[in-house]
Design a protein around this ligand. Structure first.
Ligand SMILES: *[C@@H]1O[C@H](CO)[C@@H](O)[C@H](O)[C@H]1NC(C)=O
Ligand SMILES: *[C@@H]1O[C@H](CO)[C@@H](O)[C@H](O)[C@H]1NC(C)=O
Length: 275
């Protein structure tokens, strides 16, 4: 968005009169970079702008939102510097452009790891004006384990548990159920969730207690783990055989034979599910 010809002269006059440089503009489109931890050598966050020759004192600074400190600085004509959490993570030789006013505006982050996740802001300044470009970087780590199982709870309930270990960032965990003879998968609402955070990774345990009467015979429970803003989806499932309950006063089966039957049936369904 340069000022050229008569328009440029007008702009320049206006700039001189008002003390506002018209030349510096940024291109701030929402850009989210999503990468898996430990899989890429480098990721580039760029800070595109247009600048006129009369814009003096051009400085590019990058900030990481979760960290009040600056992570990068480049004063045009000098060498760039990486600071704070990016201190040992930037390729300072990287050139976004051969143009002197753009050469080191971008940061090329080496071996990006989960702790570098977050919002980044590039602040481009001249003596007269400041402009901002926003970037988002997500470095995710897939869950190490997703275990789901169902256990008898009291006389007539079942407890479904999904245990998700070591994932980043915070995942979304959903339980589903599907009757054995049905294709309809239903979301189970109202599960209780317990999250923990350790050494930069989340673990979460989701639990839901249901009445066995609400199940339509043998049931598959599925646990779905997704990471928002990424296409990561990890599923695991388990099979549950509801107990046989007394109906209309008649006891249908004894408890010992019942559990033997349910173990056999479970194994059969587990087999079916696999194939
Ligand atoms: C991310 O990857 C790095 C390098 O491959 C590894 O050292 C680190 O443990 C990983 N971090 C997580 C949270 O998985
Ligand atoms: C799914 O569950 C099975 C049985 O518990 C386990 O062996 C497997 O590793 C789990 N899969 C994932 C992705 O965690």
């Amino acid at each position: 968005m340069g000022c050229r010809g008569y328009v440029g002269l007008f702009c320049l006059c206006l700039a001189v009169m008002t003390g506002i440089a018209q030349g510096l503009e940024v291109v701030d489109e929402l850009e989210v970079k999503v990468i898996e931890n430990g899989t890429v050598e480098a990721v580039i966050l760029d800070c595109p702008y247009t600048v006129d020759e009369e814009d003096l004192g051009l400085v590019v600074k990058w900030f990481h939102a979760e960290n009040p400190l600056q992570v990068y600085q480049w004063i045009v004509g000098e060498l760039p510097q990486a600071l704070g959490i990016l201190a040992d993570h930037v390729d300072l030789e990287y050139e976004a452009s051969e143009d002197d006013s753009h050469r080191h505006r971008a940061i090329r982050i080496l071996n990006p790891t989960t702790e570098l996740t977050g919002e980044y802001t590039c602040r481009v300044s001249t003596f007269d004006v400041d402009r901002f470009v926003h970037r988002k970087l997500i470095v995710y780590s897939r869950p190490a384990n997703v275990h789901v199982w169902a256990e008898e709870e009291g006389e007539d309930s079942v407890k479904v548990i999904c245990d998700v270990e070591d994932v980043f960032p915070e995942p979304k965990v959903t339980l589903h159920m599907k009757a054995k003879d049905s294709n309809k998968k239903m979301i189970l609402e109202g599960a209780k969730e317990e999250k923990t955070w350790s050494e930069g990774l989340y673990s979460t345990k989701v639990e839901l207690i249901m009445e066995e009467d609400d199940l339509d015979g043998p049931t598959h429970f599925e646990c779905e783990v997704t990471i928002p803003s990424t296409d990561v989806q990890v599923l695991n499932k388990t099979h549950y055989q509801p107990r046989v309950h007394e109906m209309a006063g008649a006891v249908i089966s004894g408890s010992e034979s019942r559990s033997a039957v349910s173990v056999v049936v479970s194994l059969v369904f587990l087999g079916l599910w696999r194939f």
